[in-house]
Design a protein around this ligand. Structure first.
Ligand code: SF4
Length: 315
């Protein structure tokens, strides 16, 4: 698999850039995921010219348009941060990222659930850090997550599946846009999409069928927006079971009664939460290698991201 480029809040890699001179190292991101991705570290507070250490900050005011103030001295760094962010986002555009991992709860980098206070220091509501908000507005298609949410096995698998899918999309797109190429991309992702949303699969199927009757730019644009939205819906045990049963159907003439019984038992044990997804998928991959059904051999559902990340050992 290709190495892919991800933006990341710098302190998550162990860089001492936090307000107190410390870091917020995440070992999975630095030691494991880094074997497959190249990081582009970003620390909005340091890069916009603030020192290490510095006074801690928080979001204050309207949760939809908060200001970034230092906690004690109430110095307003909103304009400085926004100006820097506009420049940095133009640079990041050239990096052709496949996603971004933000530091949770930070008034600059937090992508969701950041505390917003009123002038008296009372907590009002939850908002979004200034840099994270600007990033998501500029790159609405890019998969984003924060370190806190990535501790959830399902969300982690979902995010990594999305960044690898987006990478395949960008590679496919770079070879030129044609209706035929879109059909091929779609066809190889059908089961992966089905594991997230039957509705999205239907919508994308209808879109690809309109191939010749729509300007290619518009078709590709609509396709990727719909795909990335659909993949945000988490794959559940029920949805995966449907896909596994569907795959099993391709072997009805190949497998003997005992093999079918064993496969059904394994799928059932997965559905009941007794074994992880990797077990039925490994067994099915064994039959794919043995019987070589052409359609299944091209399906990314069976191989969506590096197995060494062991993401399906936990879902
Ligand atoms: S949370 Fe963001 S602004 Fe704060 S230290 Fe980490 S990268 Fe820098």
């Amino acid at each position: 698999m290709n190495r892919i480029k991800l933006g990341i809040s710098s302190c998550l890699l162990g860089n001492n850039v936090r307000y107190n001179g410390g870091h917020q190292l995440d070992r999975f991101l630095r030691d494991t995921l880094s074997r497959y991705v190249d990081y582009v570290p970003v620390c909005p507070e340091v890069e916009c010219g603030l020192s290490i250490p510095r006074e801690a900050m928080r979001l204050v005011g309207d949760p939809d348009a908060p200001r970034l103030l230092t906690r004690q001295t109430k110095i307003d760094h909103t304009d400085r941060m926004k100006k820097w962010a506009a420049r940095r986002l133009r640079e990041l555009e050239k990096e052709d990222l496949r996603g971004f991992i933000f530091k949770s709860r930070s008034p600059s980098s937090g992508m969701t659930g950041v505390k917003v206070y009123d002038e008296t220091g009372t907590r009002l509501k939850k908002g979004v850090g200034l840099f994270a908000a600007a990033f998501m507005e500029k790159f609405p298609l890019l998969p984003v997550e924060d370190d806190g949410r990535l501790h959830d096995d399902g969300l982690r698998e979902n995010f990594i599946e999305r960044i690898f899918t987006f990478d395949r999309w960008r590679i496919a797109e770079s070879t030129g846009r044609t209706a035929g190429k879109l059909v091929e991309f779609h066809s190889r992702h059908k089961l992966l999409i089905l594991s997230h949303s039957r509705k999205t699969l239907k919508e994308l199927g209808a879109l690809t069928a309109r191939g010749g009757r729509m300007p290619m730019g518009e078709l590709y644009g609509l396709y990727i927006v719909t795909l990335m939205e659909g993949l945000k819906l988490q794959a559940t045990a029920k949805k995966n079971t449907d896909v596994l049963m569907h795959i099993m159907g391709y072997f009805k003439k190949d497998l003997g009664a005992d093999e079918k019984k064993e496969l059904l038992e394994v799928i059932e044990r997965y559905r009941n939460g007794l074994i992880p997804l990797v077990v039925p998928v490994t067994l099915l991959n064994h039959y794919v290698r043995k019987y070589r059904p052409e359609y299944l051999m091209g399906q990314h559902y069976l191989d969506p991201h590096p197995a060494e990340l062991m993401l399906r050992n936990h879902v």
